[in-house]
Design a binder for this molecule. Structure first.
Ligand code: DC
Length: 209
């Protein structure tokens, strides 16, 4: 089994780099953030407050979740577009702070990769918790203005200041939560993506394999 772990905050370039690296290596790509988003989507769809930890824990236990290269299916409903929307984005940090949700999703992430043999896996705790023995761990960062600028381009219906403020809020929740907070693994390569091209970063990582 070959696992490459890509961690870092929102807008650091994780998804882009992880996708390119997976293509380059000819292995699967798993976006674990999409799984947390899928749980938040399921809670909202059932009218459950994402902060109600017991109710959200009950949802995740028997949630039907399919993560593929083309999208995300939650309980038979295609949620690919909606999990990126503002409602889910607002709700997801509370869901990701829930220890029952984390335990269940970590279990599913290991299973997903094991069944495919190898993968590039992106998230917040991949190198620290999910795959501590990954062949290569990268922790991506970028300046807040750069990260907010990237996200703003993706969700152009929100103004830049709102995107930057929401990102700063999520950074705080993700790094300060008690269960598996966002942090750099001791043996991860730290890469600032603010002023480097995608090709350059992918080539750099390929050289380290
Ligand atoms: O990468 P993203 O923005 O799609 O992640 C959505 C949320 O899920 C974000 O608030 C952090 C959380 N997350 C996490 O706690 N652990 C992961 N492995 C992946 C994402």
């Amino acid at each position: 089994m070959r696992v490459i772990a890509i961690d870092g905050p929102a807008g650091s370039g994780k998804s882009t780099i992880a996708r390119h690296l997976a293509t380059e290596l000819g292995v699967a790509y798993l976006d674990t953030g999409a799984m947390y988003r899928a749980v938040a989507f399921a809670a909202l769809r059932r009218g459950v407050d994402p902060g109600e930890s017991d109710l959200v824990a009950a949802i995740v236990r028997d949630l039907e979740l399919e993560i593929g290269p083309d999208g995300v299916v939650v309980d038979g409903v295609d949620a690919t577009v909606e999990i990126r929307g503002p409602e889910v984005t607002k709700a997801v940090s509370a869901v990701a702070a829930n220890p029952v949700v984390r335990a269940e999703l970590v279990r599913r992430q290991r299973e997903w990769v094991a069944s495919r043999g190898s993968a590039v896996v992106e998230g917040r705790d991949i190198g620290t918790v999910v795959f501590p023995d990954a062949e290569l761990k990268a922790y991506l960062t970028a300046r807040l203005d750069v990260r907010a600028g990237r996200r703003h381009q993706e969700v152009s219906d929100l103004d830049y200041d709102a995107v930057a403020a929401d990102m700063a809020r999520r950074d705080t929740v993700d790094t300060e939560r008690e269960v598996d907070p966002l942090q750099q693994a001791g043996d991860a390569v730290l890469i600032d993506t603010s002023d480097r091209s995608i090709d350059e970063i992918v080539a750099d990582l390929m050289e380290r394999l």
